[in-house]
Ligand binder design. Structure first.
Ligand code: ADP
Ligand code: MG
Length: 725
C-alpha cells in the first residue's frame, strides 16, 4: 500500500477541488430567506395572529393553543414552499454540539396521505432523553425530559444535499424543571441582566424599559486537507495532533496574518458564507489568522441568545461544506503544538431598548456617568467572579491553549487601555475633590472628555483575556470549540449581581435625598478600590504576571479539574440561586458532567496516543532501525563502520524503548485512574497522572520523526498539514 501521506499530497498538487460560484444577486436579496422571521411571519399568518405572535416574541406575552396551531400551520406552509419535508426541535444538550430528531409533516389519516403540523408539536416535544447527560438529575430509567420552543430565536430551514428540515430552536429541560441544556440557563441569565440593568438605567434615564446583552462572536479555525486529515487518526479521534515535530517554518515569519487568502480556501469561505446569509447569520468578516492554515470568520453582533444559536449553526455549516471542498475544519483550541491556538472572542455589551450601547461613552456628558457605572460594575463583576469565568471556559482542549503560545492565560484580568486606566485611577483618588454648588462635576472630573480619551486610546492588548475595546468588552479566553452559552450565562449573571447591588445601594442613598452624581461617584470609587486588583495592562504572557497575580490574590487554575471547583463554592451557589439560574443541585450536576467529559476526552487522547505509538510509530521505527543494523553490519564487513553509525542506532533504540516504556506507564496510570470512584478525584488523576505521559511519549516520537526515512513515516507531517492546501 502506498503511504497515504503521499497520495494525499499528490491529490492536493493536482488541485482536484470544488469550485463554487456564489449567486449573482446581492447578499441583501437572499439574506434570511430560510428564516421564519418577523417579516416571513407577517406573510404567512393572518394579521391578527401575526400581531399576537410578534407580541409573544418581543414582549414576552404568553402563547395560547389557538395561536400555536395557527403559527404551526403558517410555518409548515412556508417550510413546504421551500421543499421541506421534516421538522425538528433543535437544541443544545449538555454534551456535544446540537441535537435534532427529524419527524416528517407527512401522515396517513385513514387512507388519506397529508401533511400536518400541530401547535402542540411546535411548542413541545419529548425526545427520548435517556442518552443525554444529566449529571444524575434524571436517572435513565425515568428518562423524562422535554424540549420547549424558544420563540426569541426564529425557526429556520436547514438544507443538506439530502434533506430539507424545518428547525425549531428549543430549550431542553427535565420534567422537574431543571435545565438539561445550555440555552435554558442562558435565557435566565439574559432575563436577570435585563432586569438588573434596566433598574440601574432607571437611575439615569426613565425612558429605558429593557436592556439586552449583545454579542459578536469571532470564530477562529484551522483548515486541513481532508485526505491528510484522514491519515491522522489522532485528528480524527480527538481533533488535535498528539504527535508531530515542529516544521522548519512555523509562524515565525508572521506572513499569514491578513495575507491573501488561498483560492481553494476562498471558495470554501464564499460558499459557507452564502449558506450562512441565507440562514440569516450576518457574517461580515473573513481573514487569515496568525498561524499557517488558520482563519477567522466574524458576524455582526446580535442579541446574545441569537448570536449563540447562529454560532452553533455556522460551525455546523462550516463542517458540512468543508467536506465538499475536501477540507476538514478544526475547531479544536490547540490542534498543533507550538502553533497558535484558536479562540472564540466574545464581544459583549449591553444595549437598551432605546438603542443605546451602555458601554459606549457619550458625547452628552451626563450620559457618561451611566457609561462609567456599567464599566465599573463589569470590572467588579469580573473581579468578584474571575474564578467562575475561568470555570465557564474550562475544557480539556482549552487547557492546552490557555497560557500557551499567544493565548490568554488561565488568570482572568481586565484590560482597559492606558488612558482609561489613568482616568479611573484619578477618579478613584479624587474623593477629596469637593463638588460645590454650581460646579460642573462632569467638567471638573474630566468625565465630559471620555469620548476623546477613548478615541485616542488605541493601544489594544492582544494578550488580555478580557479587554475593553472602546464600546464593548472582549472575552478572549473563550475557546474555539465550545458553545458560548456557559461563558455568557456566567458573565451576564455576574454583572447582573453587581448591578443589583449597585442599584440597591444607590436607591437607598437617593431616598435620603443625596445628589445623584455624588451618590454614583461615591459608589464607583468604592467599587474601584475593592476591585482594581483585577486591572492589568501589561503582558499577560509574561512569567512575571503569574507572580504578580498571585500577590494580588487572583485565582490561577491552569487545569479544568481545579478550575471547576469554583462552581461548587458557596459564592457560586449563591450567585446562580439568587438570580434563579441554577439550584445548588443543578450546579453540582453540571460540574459532574463537565468532569466526566474531561475524563473522557483525556481517556480518548491517551488511547489514541498509545495506539499510534504502539501500532504506527514503533513498527516503523523498528523497520528502519533494522535497516540501519544491516547497513552497519555491511559496513563492518568492509571495515568502514564507525562510532557515529553505532551512536545513531543506539539513539534510535533509546527513543523506541522510551516510547514503549511510557505507553506502558500511561496504561497503568489510566488503570489506576479508572479505579477511582470519586469523579473529581478521577478527573484530577487523569489530569496529573495520565495526561503528562502523552507529552512524554510525544517527545520521543517527535525525535524519531526526525531520524526515520521520510518515505516510511506514516503520519502526515506538520509541514504538510499546515502548508498544503
Ligand atoms: P476586531 O476586534 O477584530 O477589531 P471589531 O471591533 O470590528 O473586530 O468587532 C469584532 C466583533 O465585535 C464583531 O462581531 C462586531 O460586530 C462585534 N461588536 C461590535 N460592537 C459590538 C457591541 N456593541 N456589542 C457586541 N459586539 C460588538
Ligand atoms: Mg477582536
Amino acid at each position: 500500500m502506498t503511504n497515504p501521506r503521499f497520495s494525499a499530497v499528490q491529490a492536493i498538487a493536482q488541485h482536484t477541488f470544488e469550485h463554487y460560484s456564489r449567486p449573482k444577486a446581492a447578499i441583501s436579496d437572499y439574506f434570511a430567506e430560510l428564516v421564519f422571521n418577523d417579516e416571513t411571519l407577517e406573510k404567512w399568518l393572518s394579521p391578527p395572529h401575526a400581531k399576537q405572535m410578534l407580541r409573544c416574541i418581543h414582549e414576552g406575552e404568553k402563547m395560547d393553543a389557538d395561536l400555536a396551531d395557527a403559527v404551526a400551520t403558517g410555518m409548515r406552509n412556508w417550510a413546504m414552499s421551500h421543499g421541506a419535508t421534516h421538522f425538528t426541535h433543535w437544541f443544545h444538550p449538555l454534551r456535544g454540539t446540537t441535537a435534532e430528531k427529524h419527524d416528517t409533516f407527512f401522515e396517513l389519516k385513514g387512507n388519506t396521505p397529508l401533511e400536518t403540523f400541530r401547535g402542540s408539536a411546535l411548542v413541545q416535544q419529548e425526545p427520548d432523553a435517556s442518552s443525554f447527560p444529566s449529571g444524575g438529575i434524571r436517572s435513565t430509567f425515568e428518562a423524562r425530559g422535554y424540549t420547549a420552543w424558544d420563540p426569541t430565536s426564529p425557526a429556520f430551514i436547514y438544507e443538506t444535499a439530502l434533506a430539507k428540515t424545518l428547525c425549531i430552536p428549543t430549550v431542553f429541560v427535565a420534567y422537574t424543571g431543571q435545565a438539561l441544556d445550555h440555552k435554558a440557563p442562558l435565557l435566565k441569565a439574559i432575563e436577570a441582566i435585563d432586569k438588573a440593568a434596566t433598574r440601574v438605567c432607571q437611575l439615569f434615564d426613565r425612558q429605558v424599559n429593557s436592556v439586552k446583552p449583545s454579542l459578536g462572536i469571532e470564530q477562529e479555525y484551522f483548515l486541513v486537507d481532508r485526505n491528510l486529515y484522514l491519515a491522522r487518526p489522532d485528528l480524527v479521534m480527538c481533533g488535535r495532533t498528539v504527535f508531530g515535530h515542529a516544521p522548519a517554518r512555523g509562524q515565525q515569519l508572521s506572513d499569514h496574518y491578513f495575507g491573501s487568502i488561498p483560492r481553494r480556501v476562498t471558495n470554501f469561505m464564499v460558499e459557507f458564507e452564502t449558506e450562512a446569509h441565507r440562514l440569516g447569520i450576518p457574517v461580515r468578516t473573513r481573514h487569515n489568522e496568525v498561524a499557517p492554515g488558520q482563519f477567522e470568520v466574524a458576524p455582526q453582533f446580535e442579541e446574545a441568545n441569537l448570536a449563540i444559536d447562529h454560532n452553533m449553526l455556522l460551525m455546523d455549516i462550516m463542517e458540512r461544506l468543508a467536506e465538499k471542498h475536501h477540507f476538514k475544519v478544526l475547531f479544536h483550541e490547540k490542534p498543533f503544538k507550538g502553533i497558535n491556538g484558536s479562540g472564540k472572542h466574545n464581544n459583549w455589551s449591553l444595549i437598551t431598548d432605546q438603542g443605546k450601547n451602555l458601554l459606549s461613552p457619550s458625547s452628552k456628558p451626563k450620559e457618561n456617568l451611566q457609561f462609567l457605572t456599567f464599566l465599573v460594575c463589569t470590572i467588579q463583576a469580573v473581579h468578584r467572579h474571575a474564578d467562575l469565568l475561568r470555570a465557564s471556559i474550562a475544557s480539556a482542549s482549552n487547557d492546552l491553549r490557555l497560557g500557551a503560545h499567544e493565548a490568554p492565560p488561565a488568570i482572568v484580568s481586565v484590560f482597559l487601555g492606558r488612558e482609561l486606566t489613568r482616568f479611573l485611577s484619578e477618579l478613584e483618588k479624587n474623593d477629596q475633590l469637593k463638588v460645590q454648588k454650581g460646579d460642573n462635576v462632569y467638567l471638573k472630573l474630566g468625565i465630559s472628555k471620555l469620548p476623546e480619551i477613548l478615541l485616542d486610546n488605541t493601544d489594544r492588548n492582544r494578550t488580555s483575556p478580557f479587554a475593553f475595546t472602546g464600546n464593548k468588552f472582549e472575552f478572549r479566553a473563550v475557546g474555539s470549540l465550545g458553545i458560548c452559552s456557559d461563558p455568557m450565562t456566567t458573565l451576564n449573571a455576574a454583572v447582573a449581581e453587581v448591578l443589583n447591588d449597585f442599584a440597591e445601594a444607590a436607591e437607598k442613598q437617593l431616598e435620603l435625598g443625596l445628589k445623584r452624581e455624588e451618590v454614583v461617584l461615591k459608589l464607583l470609587r468604592s467599587m474601584l478600590k475593592s476591585s482594581k486588583s483585577i486591572l492589568f495592562e501589561g503582558d499577560n504572557y509574561a512569567e512575571a504576571w503569574k507572580k504578580e497575580a498571585e500577590k494580588r490574590g487572583l485565582p490561577n487554575t491552569p487545569t479544568t479539574p481545579e478550575a471547576l471547583d469554583a462552581l461548587l463554592s458557596k459564592k457560586a451557589k449563591q450567585l446562580f440561586k439568587n438570580l434563579g439560574i441554577f439550584s445548588a443541585e443543578e450546579l453540582e450536576a453540571r460540574t459532574l458532567i463537565l468532569l466526566e467529559e474531561y475524563i473522557l476526552k483525556i481517556q480518548i487522547e491517551a488511547r489514541i496516543g498509545g495506539d499510534l505509538a504502539q501500532n504506527h510509530i514503533i513498527p516503523t521505527a523498528i523497520k528502519y532501525q533494522h535497516l540501519l543494523v544491516q547497513h552497519q553490519a555491511g559496513l563492518q564487513q568492509l571495515g568502514l563502520a564507525d562510532q557515529g553509525h553505532l551512536d545513531y542506532i543506539k539513539e534510535m533504540s533509546l527513543h523506541i524503548h522510551q516510547v514503549q516504556l511510557m505507553v506502558q506507564h500511561m496504561t497503568e496510570a489510566r488503570k489506576s485512574a479508572n479505579a477511582i470512584e470519586d469523579t473529581r478525584e478521577k478527573a484530577k488523576a487523569y489530569c496529573n497522572e495520565v495526561r503528562p505521559f502523552i507529552d512524554k511519549i510525544r517527545y520521543h516520537v517527535d525525535k524519531l520523526e526526525l531520524m526515520i526515512d521520510d518515505a516510511d513515516w506514516p503520519l502526515p507531517k506538520y509541514r504538510e498539514l499546515l502548508f498544503l492546501r
